[in-house]
Design a protein around this ligand. Structure first.
Ligand code: PEP
Ligand code: MN
Length: 338
């Protein structure tokens, strides 16, 4: 349920509404907009109480039930776009934020080369997996703690924020010490214990779409982060599983305008995991920017042929630099910039 306060409602009126809500044992999230305050009422049985109980309170303009399964991620609760700021870099505004780097951190030399290349080409955030969620237990699982240390080094050397994946709720605080953005991977989108821990950390987070999940399930998963008071949530479309097997996954390009319609959260696109092949990445990345994505997450490796993970879909530094030039033109044509 959402309770919309009148423009100019007093603090006492807002407090009285919050008190009343809490008297039912429910939680509240206040959304103080530029014009109005919206009180989001969070509880499992709010449907059993008539809305009039709140509608009659002084300062209340309207009371609406949110019929969608997701609440805090919805535009009904927050009409204005959410901007997530990381070290002064705004995600969800006019700028298209490019995050790039290797799938996995493999060595100091590899990460240093990748960081230099992506920064020189204009990426503003360095990606690199230290903990890798692999389909097979026999595949390389990442350098883990050593990988985090290498990320911390590269971050300091190149003065660039980093995004890295967290796969286990027990490691959230350790990873968050290095990460400027925590990545929750596709396979963990519905790992609710992990989402709650990441929510509690208050660290900015990229929530990747589960490859077998609907947009509704994805936004409902985002509610787990938002419910903990972590508002710095960025969604990432990375392709879904369909019958089509000429690409690794099928990028759901329509998810971008759909998210923009139903949610206030920024949405970025990972063309690398969708494509599965480096030759397809540029076209998909450009399409994503044209369709309104707020950023991109792209795999770049100094020597893709030697990569331990995802070499086939990784761009060389030269191909990445070329793509960045092309993306600048697309961004400009849709009133944005990189
Ligand atoms: C990744 O970004 O390295 C990754 C594992 O992606 P996804 O979770 O989308 O498969
Ligand atoms: Mn990868």
């Amino acid at each position: 349920m959402i309770i919309e306060m009148r423009t100019g409602a007093t603090q006492e009126e807002i407090d009285a509404v919050v008190q009343k809500v809490k008297s039912f044992g429910w939680n509240v999230q206040l959304n103080i907009g530029t014009e109005k305050t919206v009180v989001a009422v969070l509880g499992s049985n709010t449907g059993q109480v008539p809305t009039d109980i709140f509608a009659v309170l002084p300062g209340v303009e309207s009371v609406k039930r949110i019929m969608k399964p997701y609440k805090l991620a919805s535009r009904e609760v927050k009409a204005e776009d959410t901007l997530v700021t990381i070290n002064g870099i705004e995600i969800g505004g006019r700028r298209i934020v490019v995050m790039a780097g290797p799938c996995a951190v493999e060595s100091e030399e590899q990460l240093t080369e990748a960081a230099r290349a992506v920064k020189d080409a204009g990426a503003s955030i360095l990606r690199g997996g230290a903990f890798k969620p692999r389909t097979s237990p026999f595949s390389f699982q990442g350098l883990q703690k050593v990988g985090l240390e290498l990320l911390a080094k590269a971050k300091a050397q190149f003065n660039i924020p980093v995004i890295t994946e967290v796969v286990d709720s027990r490691y959230v605080s350790m990873v968050a010490k290095v990460a400027d953005i925590l990545q929750v991977g596709s396979r963990n989108m519905q790992n609710f214990t992990l989402l709650t821990a990441v929510g509690k950390s208050k660290c900015p987070v990229v929530l990747k779409r589960g490859f077998s999940c609907t947009v509704t399930e994805w936004l409902t998963a985002a509610d787990y982060l938002l419910a903990e008071g972590n508002n710095r949530v960025i969604l990432c479309e990375r392709g879904i599983r369909t019958f089509e097997d000429s690409t690794r996954f099928s990028l759901d390009i329509s998810a971008i305008p759909v998210i923009k319609k139903f949610s206030h959260l920024p949405v970025i696109v990972d063309p690398s995991h969708a494509a599965g092949h480096y030759s397809l990445v540029p076209a998909i990345a450009k399409a994503a920017v044209a369709a309104g994505a707020d950023g991109l997450l792209i795999e770049v490796h100094p020597n893709p042929e030697k990569a331990l993970v995802d070499g086939l879909q990784s761009l060389t530094p030269a191909n990445f630099a070329k793509l960045m030039e092309e993306l600048r033109l697309i961004a400009r044509s849709v009133g944005r910039y990189i």
